[in-house]
Design a protein around this ligand. Sequence first.
Ligand SMILES: Cc1ncc(COP(=O)(O)O)c(C=O)c1O
Length: 449
Amino acid sequence: MRNADLIARDLKSVWHPCTQMKDHESLPLIPIKQARGVWLEDFENNRYIDAISSWWVNLFGHANPRINGAIRDQIEKLEHVILAGCTHEPVVNLSERLVEVTPEGLNKCFYADNGSSAIEAALKMSYHYWKNHGKPSKKNFVNLSNSYHGETLGALALGDVALYKDTYQPLLMEVLTAPSPDAYNKEAGETDEAYALRQFEAMDRLLAEKHDEICAVVVEPLIQCAGGMRMHHPIYHTRLREACDRYGVHLIADEIAVGFGRTGTMFACEQSGITPDFMCLSKGLTAGYLPLSAVVTTDDVYNAFYDDYETLRAFLHSHSYTGNPIGCAVALATLDIFRDDDVINANRHLSRVMADSVAHLADHPNVGDIRQHGMTLAIEMVKDRKTKEAFPWQERRGIRVYQHALTRESLLRPLGNVVYFMPPYVINEEQIRHLAQVASEGIDIAVKD
Ligand SMILES: Cc1ncc(COP(=O)(O)O)c(C=O)c1O
């Protein structure tokens, strides 16, 4: 098999996600034959460092022997069983472990099979909670500007990235939007913390005014990933938690992308010292192996649904593959690796190397910002460093970085003008420094006229 053979067959029958398929007339697909550790390999012995962890999911490398072993063991015992009326060891073990590792007070786990469906479940649970408490007028949700929560209609409605949302606007429920604490927009001389507190004032006013009609506020703690890896200070969520308590509104933390160590702590909420009412998890939950998601919530929420059947207060929501045993076994192996290898501490060193490796770009005339939370680092390319004027999106300069990186054994996939690294945690120093070098070269190429 040659690369070209698979590409030709692919284009006859596969429709790729988040892709203008016509782009593949000039941008060839990358056919991946196999992968190991941080390396993706094609059919002609080219290899690429997976700098974006295959859409932010992979944690411990491809073909990880411990996770492969967990799949082999589980598949011999039980591949799947309906989770309504039945239970199994992997789902019980995983629920116990998630209760243990998530912030204090999150005690019940509900499962789905991808990030968007976890968001949908949390939205329905929150609305239904208030209805069960005799408050059906609470039916609105609050989001932040530039947020992203997935592509199904409910999750898309909750997002605020025009590129994904505008086309479908007529199909979407209305939401209330508060301004993001995104530190990129702070005034010169203002700290991230001061900006987050200033931005919080609008959220506080919105909740004060409309809390009677609001079920929940939904946030991506610390990093708005799909919104361009925009970052903010944890104080925002500390204040938000207090305000949600004050006004009787749920707080839904979407940790689908940032959970499992991406921001330097196991969960981003830890840095704000808070427990949300719902924490949505996916992606790193299975270390990039299988589709699985969880909504972890409180006893208070669970108890609002617990009653005689005839009261019709139950959460009658399901997916066929809810709590899939192989997915749960992989998630358990993932949590074992976190514990046994002290991963969060080990990552501190890698984050420092990441910061150090791009420090030389700080004065680059076309770099408007370098930002980092733990194992996620982003570099914002701008037309003018002083004014932060952006390159027009139509110029698609990020693609030039992507194309250059492929010639240098690296898969970087900029979000618009934002080049970022969100690598598997098995990456080593030398590989990080290589990525930084490739990104610098790519940026120099991309900013030329
Ligand atoms: C913060 C956040 N929420 C939700 C989702 C949706 O997850 P999925 O793609 O698994 O539906 C994503 C996906 O990137 C995400 O980044």
